[in-house]
Ligand binder design. Structure first.
Ligand SMILES: *Cc1c(COP(=O)(O)O)cnc(C)c1O
Length: 361
C-alpha cells in the first residue's frame, strides 16, 4: 500500500491501522459471516460497537458517563448550526456567538432564525487572523457558542472562555480530541467526524444529559435532541459504518496513550512547520501572526511572491505531499495535520519549506 503525505483539510487522514481494521470489518465483522456494511443496526454485532463507541468517546474526553452522553447523528456539523438553536431558543431568547470565521458565521446565520443573536466578539476586523480575548457576553444568554478551531483561517482557541452559569457550546469539528482539554467546561460539543475523529457521515454531539432534557418540545421529531437521547441514537438507522470507524479511531487514541500524548505530539508536529515558516519571513507569510492563536490542526500561510504558489504546489506534489492548497475563499496554502498525520510528514514539509525558499531566493 502506497501512502503519501495527505494534508487534506477534510475529510482528513486516518491512522493506517484503523484503515486496515476497517477494511477487515468491511469483509466480515466479529466472525459473523457478515460485513459491517450489511448487519442490522439492531443486531448484537452492531449494538456492541454502538455502546462501546459511545462509552469510549466519553472516556477519551474525560467525561463522566453519568453526567454526559454522546449522540451519533447524520447531517454534518452544518445541521447542528440549525438544530442547536431550534432546540434551545424561542423567539425573544438571546444567544451569544463568537464570530471567528466562516463556519461561525454560518452558525450565526442559522441561529438568527430562532432567536436574538448577540455577536459577543468577532475577529472579522482583521480577516479572522486571531482569536478575540474580550467578549461582550449577555447575562441572560441561553448559551454561548464558539468555534474551537477555525479550519479555514488556521486559528484555534488557546483558552476556554469563562461564561459563568451560561452553557458553553462548541463547534469542535476540526480539533475535537486534538488537545487534552477540560471538556467538562462545555455543556454541548458537536463535531463532524471527518476531520479529526473518523470518516464523513456521522456528527458527534456530546452533551450534558440534563441540558438535553431541558430542550424545547414540539420540534420535528428528527431534529429534537430529546428524540436521539432517548433512543440512544437509534431512533432511525444510525450511520453504522462511520460510527464503527470512529470507534476504531478512539481505540487507536487510547492505545497511543490518550489525549495527553496526542496533544504533545500535535504541538511538536505544528512547531516544526511554524518554525520553518518563521525562519523565512521574507519569503513566507504565516496567516496567523500571534503564536497563541495558531492552530495545531490547520497551518495557513502565503508565499510573499504569489507567482510562486503554483510551482510551490507542484514541487510539493513531486515530494508526495498533497492537499496543501488553501481554502478557495482565502487562497494561500494550508497544511492540515490532524491527529493521524505523522510527524515524518511535518518534517518533510518543513524541509521542503527550507529547500523551496533557498532555491527561489
Ligand atoms: C468542516 C467544518 C464544518 C462543516 O462540517 P460538515 O460536517 O461538512 O457540515 C463546520 N464547522 C467546522 C469548524 C468545520 O471545520
Amino acid at each position: 500500500m502506497k501512502r503519501i503525505y495527505n494534508f487534506s483539510a477534510g475529510p482528513g487522514i486516518l491512522p493506517v491501522e484503523v484503515l486496515q481494521e476497517a477494511s477487515q470489518g468491511v469483509l466480515e465483522i466479529n466472525g459473523s459471516g457478515m460485513s459491517i456494511l450489511e448487519v442490522s443496526h439492531r443486531g448484537k454485532d452492531y449494538d456492541a460497537i454502538h455502546v462501546e463507541t459511545r462509552e469510549r468517546l466519553l472516556r477519551v474526553l474525560g467525561l463522566d458517563p453519568e453526567v454526559y452522553t454522546a449522540l451519533f447523528l447524520g447531517g454534518g456539523a452544518s445541521t447542528q448550526f440549525s438544530m442547536l438553536p431550534m432546540n434551545f431558543l424561542s423567539p425573544g431568547d438571546t444567544a451569544d456567538y463568537v464570530n471567528t470565521g466562516e463556519w461561525a458565521s454560518k452558525a450565526i446565520k442559522e441561529a438568527k432564525r430562532y432567536g436574538t443573536i448577540n455577536v459577543a466578539s468577532s475577529s472579522e476586523d482583521r480577516s479572522h487572523t486571531y482569536i478575540p480575548t474580550e467578549h461582550n457576553f449577555s447575562p441572560d444568554a441561553k448559551y454561548v457558542h464558539i468555534t474551537t478551531n477555525n479550519t479555514i483561517y488556521g486559528t484555534e482557541w488557546s483558552y476556554i472562555p469563562e461564561t459563568g452559569n451560561v452553557p458553553l457550546i462548541a463547534d469542535a469539528s476540526s480539533d475535537i480530541m486534538g488537545k487534552n482539554l477540560d471538556y467538562s467546561k462545555f455543556t454541548l460539543i458537536y463535531a463532524g467526524a471527518q476531520k479529526n475523529a473518523g470518516p464523513a457521515g456521522v456528527t458527534l454531539v456530546i452533551a450534558r444529559k440534563a441540558y438535553l432534557d431541558s430542550a424545547l418540545d414540539n420540534l420535528p421529531t428528527i431534529f429534537s435532541y430529546k428524540t436521539h437521547a432517548k433512543a440512544d441514537s437509534m431512533y432511525n438507522t444510525p450511520p453504522v459504518f462511520p460510527i464503527y470507524v470512529v470507534g476504531l479511531v478512539l481505540k487507536w487514541i487510547e492505545k497511543e496513550g490518550g489525549l495527553g500524548v496526542i496533544e504533545a505530539r500535535n504541538r511538536a508536529k505544528a512547531a516544526v512547520i511554524y518554525d520553518a515558516l518563521d525562519a523565512y519571513t521574507h519569503f513566507y507569510e504565516p496567516a496567523v501572526p500571534g503564536a497563541a492563536d495558531r492552530s495545531l490542526m490547520n497551518i495557513t500561510f502565503r508565499l510573499k511572491n504569489k507567482d510562486l504558489e503554483k510551482p510551490f504546489l507542484a514541487g510539493a506534489q513531486s515530494r508526495d505531499m498533497d492537499g496543501l492548497k488553501g481554502h478557495r475563499n482565502v487562497g494561500g496554502m494550508r497544511a492540515s495535520i490532524y491527529n493521524a498525520f505523522p510527524k515524518d510528514g511535518c518534517d518533510a514539509l518543513a524541509q521542503y519549506l527550507h529547500d523551496f525558499a533557498k532555491s527561489n531566493a
